[in-house]
Every structure is written in structure tokens, then in C-alpha cells.
Design a protein around this ligand. Sequence first.
Ligand code: AMP
Length: 114
Amino acid sequence: METLFTKIINKEIPADILFQDDEVTVFRDIAPQAPSHILIIPNKPIPTVNDVKPEDQMVLGKLFLTAAKMAAELGLADNGYRLLVNCNKHGGQDVFHLHMHLMGGEPLGPMRSK
Ligand code: AMP
């Protein structure tokens, strides 16, 4: 169940953490796909969207509230940005601790459809 993101939350491995409270942690992606690319994660290690339970509603809502707060702080809110959550193999998920990508800082173009 434990992934490297749990180690980041627990400060067992280094990361550029921008925000942390009892429920969520925000840090810069190590391989940014945009000028600003951060990850917003629940501290609770939910592996994938498929594993979300009704009791996770509050923390999942908190991911969006945190995304909006971080976008404002990083100066991305007005021009806009992309939020992305990958699930399992076809979604391209590599780390099995649910996380929201926030990318922005330049026009990102259309999503690839195929
Ligand atoms: P996903 O493919 O949706 O599972 O995204 C995993 C993301 O985690 C990728 O964008 C990676 O670049 C990022 N990542 C992997 N290891 C680290 C790390 N140690 N610190 C920050 N980001 C990481």
C-alpha cells in the first residue's frame, strides 16, 4: 500500500513541498510537463480512483479547494491550468497513491484524444 508518496508525506525522502496540512500534501513534480507542474495528494494512501470510498468525499473535495488555492498562489488562476488524475494502466498511472496533477504556466493545447 505504501508508495514513495507516503515517504514524501512523512519527509522520509526529499521533495519540494509547497503546502501540507493534516489532510493533503502539495509538492512539485520531479519531471515537470509544464512550467508549473505540482501534485496535490491526500495524505491517506488511496491507491487509485477505483478505490475511492464514500468516506473519502471530504478529502477529495479538499484536493480541488487546494488546487484552486495553489493556482492562485502560483499566479495561474486567471490564465488557467489543467487538472489531471490518471487511473491504472490505460490512464498512465505510475504511482499508486491517488494524486491530482496541476499543470500550467503556458498554453497546454488540446488534450490528446487518441
Ligand atoms: P502518474 O503517472 O499520474 O502516476 O504520475 C506520477 C507523477 O509522479 C509523475 O509525473 C512523476 O514525474 C512524479 N514523481 C515521481 N517520483 C517523484 C518524486 N520523487 N517527487 C516528485 N514527483 C515525482
